[in-house]
Design a protein around this ligand. Structure first.
Ligand code: DAH
Length: 340
């Protein structure tokens, strides 16, 4: 009776094992047959109803059944695990004969390239690179640069005001004032940075662009130093054969003031499409620091003189890399950036 019951349990269980397809199913069988509430355990619990002399025999039978089920379970588990591993390995096979995918590497923005070139030139001449704030008080952007409240230059540089006295700087020249205020002389600095003007966007304008300011203050600095320095800058940036030309101009913070042109590095000065037939290309504004500007920043103009200049970074990048629309510099189209 007991023997038949056990045999039935064994056969049913082995059939279940045979029919199972996953490790989870095998585990369920183990729990339902061999676990605490499993069929075999139930039989062991019923031993008290078995005649005492039959108990060892029945016990042995249960143990044998249990051992056999365990053995088959274990074999099936091993087989199934091997299958799982094999199918995973074959799914993860790497075909080493496939062509490699090209890795995408980032490109330097033309502005950044131009800035590094300019910085390298001036750092090579012993200049320090400094930065000033983009949000300024009227004083730093205008007043301390000799641009009083009613000066027409304030209209020329259409300004974004944040509140009455606070504005987005329209020029990096504000950095000159911060440097002079530090009271450490001599000064030999360039200051790159973003500037803002309420301009409409077109091929040559943007409400936000970049300038690089230059300032040198020391004893006995003359206009000859300005010319020599900026001529070296032009040659290093545009090539050894580059000639420079200074045209008188007006800036409130310099006296005398000038604009510097470079000979067209495309045609060498003969005149071409690139320089619009002029042979010359305007590059920057410059001049000798106005004595009043020195005084306002507590520098004695009788002891110290200086020169300053301001360059448009986008202008340099457009010229150097022959880009004909400034908007390309801001759109960050990778098809454009990829070329640099
Ligand atoms: N700040 C001027 C501008 O935005 C450029 C400039 C001209 C800067 C002459 C200078 C300078 O330092 O000396 O148009």
């Amino acid at each position: 009776m007991m023997k038949e019951k056990l045999l039935k349990i064994k056969e049913e269980t082995l059939a279940q094992i045979k029919g199972s397809k996953t490790l989870e199913q095998l585990n369920e069988i183990r729990v339902s047959q061999l676990g605490k509430k499993g069929a075999l355990t139930e039989i062991l619990k019923g031993m008290k109803d078995v005649a005492p002399q039959d108990r060892p025999k029945v016990g042995q039978l249960v143990n044998e059944t249990r051992a056999e089920i365990e053995k088959v379970l274990e074999e099936s588990r091993a087989k199934m695990e091997a299958l799982v591993r094999e199918s995973r390995l074959s799914a993860e096979t790497i075909d080493v004969t496939l062509p490699a995918k090209r890795m995408k590497v980032g490109h330097m923005h033309p502005n950044m390239r131009a800035l590094q070139e300019v910085e390298n030139i001036f750092v090579g001449m012993g200049y320090e690179v400094v930065e000033g704030p983009e949000v300024e008080r009227d004083y730093y952007n205008f007043e301390a640069l000799n641009i009083p409240a009613d000066h027409p230059a304030k209209d020329e540089q259409d300004t974004f005001y944040i509140s009455g006295d606070i504005l987005l700087r329209t020029q990096t020249s504000s950095t000159q004032v911060h440097e002079m205020e530090k009271g450490k002389l001599p000064i030999r600095m360039i200051a790159p940075g973003r500037v803002f003007r309420s301009d409409e966007v077109d091929a040559t304008h943007s409400p936000s662009f970049h300038q690089i300011e230059g300032l040198v203050i020391d004893k006995h600095v003359t206009f000859a130093d300005l010319k020599g320095t900026l001529a070296v800058f032009a040659k290093e940036l545009f090539g050894e054969d580059t000639k420079v030309k200074f045209r008188p101009h007006h800036f409130p913070f310099t006296e005398p003031s000038a604009e510097m042109d470079v000979s067209c590095f495309k045609c060498g000065g003969k005149g071409c499409r690139f320089c619009k037939g002029e042979g010359w290309i305007e590059i920057l504004g410059c001049g000798m620091v106005h004595p009043h500007v020195l005084e306002m920043s507590k520098i004695d103009p009788n002891e110290y003189t200086g020169f300053a200049f301001g360059v448009g970074l986008e202008r340099i990048a457009l010229l150097k890399y022959e880009i004909d629309d400034m908007r390309l510099l801001y759109e960050n189209d990778v098809r454009f950036l990829n070329q640099f």
